[in-house]
Design a protein. Structure first.
Length: 609
């Protein structure tokens, strides 16, 4: 009798369960693997976005510095031209004869012609009278400067920057809109982006005219965005119109009658920018880093008096298009392509290996590019410090030669020395001496930055004694009384601390406000830290200037009021920073100034070097 076939349902169920477990395990592995790949992709995306945004922010700050440098140079050149004695004599027609007037005009035209040829960055150098009529005009075209004929001089009284010049006080400067040059009431062709700098000229406290410099704007625009290689660098006016920018470019579109503007193409971003001076806006269009600037903010940080800006500010924008870094839509697309491959483990492994390798190589290239950029910036800073030191040191000899030859020429001419020549020689000597003092201060500032700190236990009494010995003559000349209480012993660099006290006491002697000033060296212990200081009863400092005075070459007074170049307090700030301390001032205008500082002996001075 044949046995019937028998299938064990329990065994079949076990096999099915095992297969199901294998499939579940396989699918879990697939999901985990795909999730791992996607997570790595997201991390890489985040890193790339972070790096790109860091470079965007750095690029905006670099552009701010670039604009500040250009504006400060133009402002300095403007004041240099406006201070020319020959210009004052020319504009003061009552003081000289017609022949002398013509001679002064020729001298000024030749001087301004040489200035334009040397600088090569100004489209026009002009002098206008109070009615807005051009009296002198130097044009610069095709690498060549020339004097405009009298019959070609124009009436510019209707231009806004001339009206601004007639509102400015003596010694102030104004800046026009950043726009296209206009000649004879029409845009000049080829188009010329121009910024105009103006300052009034006063003779015997009477307004007699103004000096106007037309700065070439195209080179300035071409230099924007020099740090960034991944983002778009744009420049807008306060109305959101393009000065430079747009995709495709729409430079000066509003002046050319085109309807395109940033505010119309990126409305959401523009609404956020109008309520803040700087920041970051991110939306579906991309990422925007922006900084609102004006010539006053660009120049008043390092110079005075203030600069007035005509009606509008500038806005620097760094724009990063999502297409450059991969946006959310690309992530979703990649994920949708990975999902159908979950059932094929071998292919998933291949795709994962390829993706990881590609991403790693891309990240490595990014890191190498960043490392090269940082190294380049470090080398640039080192070369800049070396150049500052060498330039301030090596330029001393030519200045000494200028002074020596000026004295020799004055001696050789003897009785033949005319008043005009004597005045010119004195101008040369005074300017050379000022330049020499500036170079000495620049050299001292450079040495302070390059100084290697030497830790030692020192008596502050001894440091103050050495400082007072160096200032003995000035103390005697000002009839000053120096007071001091008990001064402690601390750990610091003795040479730098002596220089710190010498600069602070010397600063107090400079700004005295009485026949017998009193200066006090103070020391008090606060929470285990010595707070040291120098207090005077001088002219004091207004609150709005109490932070600016520590900037290099920052002066609150004119050259004729008080001596110095504005470097002494900057050196003090550098010395205190090298000791990881803090320097600040407590002052009341017209009564006193109390400069206070701390030095941290517990800090590791070599940390981070």
């Amino acid at each position: 009798m044949r046995k019937s076939a028998f299938v064990n349902p329990y065994r079949h169920k076990c096999v099915t369960t095992t297969i199901r477990k294998y499939w579940i395990a396989f699918l879990l592995i697939e999901v985990l693997l795909a999730s791992f790949v996607y997570a790595l992709y997201r991390v890489d995306q985040h890193d790339r976005i972070t790096y790109s945004k860091s470079f965007m922010e750095a690029s905006v700050q670099s552009d701010v510095l670039q604009l500040g440098k250009a504006f400060e140079q133009a402002r300095s050149d403007l004041f240099f031209l406006a201070s020319d004695t020959r210009l004052h004599q020319y504009l003061d027609g009552d003081a000289i004869s017609n022949d002398q007037q013509s001679q002064r005009l020729k001298e000024l035209e030749q001087a301004y012609l040489r200035f334009a040829e040397i600088k090569k960055q100004y489209d026009q150098v002009r002098v206008v009278d109070t009615s807005g009529i051009e009296k002198i005009r130097i044009n610069f075209d095709d690498e060549h400067a020339y004097v405009t004929d009298t019959q070609d001089l124009q009436d510019k009284s209707h231009r806004e920057y001339i009206q601004l010049a007639n509102r400015l006080d003596d010694g102030a400067a104004g800046v026009s809109k950043f726009d296209l040059n206009v000649e004879h009431n029409a845009l000049e062709t080829p188009l010329k982006p121009i910024i105009r700098f103006v300052t009034p000229v006063f003779v015997n406290n009477e307004r007699r005219g103004a000096v106007v410099l037309n700065l070439f704007g195209q080179q300035l625009l071409s230099e924007l965005g020099g740090v960034s290689t991944t983002s778009h660098q744009w420049l807008l006016d306060a109305n959101g119109d393009y000065i430079k920018g747009g995709i495709p470019p729409a430079d000066f579109a509003v002046y050319l009658g085109h309807p395109r503007s940033f505010r119309s193409e990126y409305t959401d971003a523009w609404e956020s920018m109008t309520s803040h001076d700087s920041g970051h806006v991110s939306n579906s269009s991309g990422d925007f880093f922006f900084q609102r600037v004006s010539p006053q903010s660009l120049t008043d940080q390092i110079s005075s008096p203030p600069t007035q800006w005509l009606d509008t500010d500038l806005i620097l924008v760094s724009f990063l298009d999502p297409a450059q870094i991969g946006g959310a839509s690309k992530n979703a697309l990649l994920l949708s392509r990975l999902l159908p491959l979950f059932g094929f483990m071998s292919m998933i492994m291949l795709v994962a290996t390829y993706a990881l390798t590609k991403m790693q190589r891309h990240r490595q290239k990014q890191n190498e590019a960043i490392a090269k950029t940082l190294l380049k910036l470090k080398r640039s800073n080192t070369e800049l410090e070396r150049f500052t030191f060498i330039a301030s040191h090596d330029l001393q000899e030519p200045l000494r030669n200028v002074l020596a030859y000026a004295d020799l020429l004055r001696s050789d001419l003897g009785e033949q020395l005319t008043d005009d020549v004597a005045e010119d020689l004195q101008f040369i000597s005074d300017a050379s001496l000022r330049m020499q003092r500036l170079l000495d201060d620049l050299l001292a500032f450079s040495k302070a930055e390059r100084h290697d700190l030497r830790r030692e236990t020192l008596s502050l009494e001894s440091c103050v004694d050495d400082a007072l010995k160096a200032l003995a003559l000035r103390i005697e000349q000002t009839n000053a009384t120096i007071r001091r209480g008990h001064l402690p012993e601390i750990e610091a660099d003795g040479l730098l601390v002596t220089q710190l006290f010498q600069n602070l006491i010397g600063n107090a002697l400079k700004f005295v406000d009485s026949d017998r000033p009193t200066i006090e060296v103070t020391a008090s212990l606060f929470d285990g830290t010595w707070v040291l200081g120098v207090k005077d009863d001088g002219i004091g400092i207004k609150p709005e200037y109490q932070e600016q005075i520590f900037l290099p070459f920052k002066r609150l007074h004119g050259m004729g009021e008080y001596e110095g170049s504005g470097v002494g307090l900057a050196i003090c700030q550098k010395i205190v920073e090298l000791h990881h301390g803090r320097l600040w001032v407590d002052s009341k205008c017209g009564e006193y100034s109390h400069f206070l500082f701390t030095l941290d002996p517990q800090e590791d001075w070599n940390a981070g070097e």
